[in-house]
Design a protein around this ligand. Structure first.
Ligand code: COA
Length: 121
C-alpha cells in the first residue's frame, strides 16, 4: 500500500477497534484489509486494503474483498464504504460499490468515497 513508508505510517489510532482480515498463501500473509464498524452511523468502512506486489492481479484481493463484504452484510449496518483511490474506481465498481460526490486529496493522492448499500434487515 505504502511500500516506501515505515510500518508506523499505516498504523491507525483506531486499529484496536477494527477487524483485521488477512489472506494467506502457503502460510504467507499476502493480502490484508481492515474493517471498521461505526455503530453511530450503522456503517462499516474498509481501509488498508493491499496485496503484496508479487501477488497482485491474481484474484486474491477480490477474494478477500468479497469475503469481507459478505461478513459486513451479517452486521446490522446499512452500507459498507471506503475512501477509494481514483485509479481504483473501476475495480470497486465490480463489487457493487458506487461513487459518491465526496472527493478529497490527501498526500497528493485523489480519493472518492465509494459505498455499497445493503438492504435493511
Ligand atoms: C487494490 C489491490 C489491493 C487489489 O488486490 P489484487 O490482489 O491485485 O486484486 P485482484 O487480483 O483481485 O484484482 C486486481 C486486478 O486483476 C484482475 N484479475 C484478477 N484475477 C485475475 C486473473 N486471474 N487474471 C488476470 N487478471 C486478474 C482483476 O480483474 C483486477 O483488474 P482491474 O484492476 O483492472 O479491475 C492491489 O492492487 C493493491 O495492493 N494495490 C496497492 C494498494 C491500493 O491501491 N489499495 C487500495 C486503496 S483504495
Amino acid at each position: 500500500m505504502w511500500p516506501n513508508m515505515p510500518l508506523d505510517y499505516v498504523k491507525l489510532p483506531k486499529d484496536k477497534n477494527g477487524i483485521h482480515y488477512g489472506l494467506f498463501v502457503d502460510s504467507e500473509l499476502i493480502a490484508v484489509l481492515s474493517l471498521f464498524i461505526i455503530p453511530d452511523q450503522k456503517t462499516a468502512q474498509f481501509r488498508k486494503f493491499a496485496t503484496l506486489k508479487n501477488y497482485q492481479g491474481k484474484g486474491y484481493g477480490s477474494q478477500l474483498l468479497n469475503y469481507v463484504i459478505g461478513e459486513a452484510k451479517n452486521q446490522k449496518i446499512t452500507k459498507i464504504w471506503c475512501n477509494a483511490r481514483i485509479e481504483k474506481i473501476a475495480f470497486y465498481k465490480k463489487f457493487g460499490l458506487q461513487e459518491t460526490k465526496h472527493t478529497f486529496v490527501k498526500n497528493n493522492m485523489s480519493y472518492v468515497i465509494m459505498e455499497k448499500p445493503f438492504l435493511t434487515q
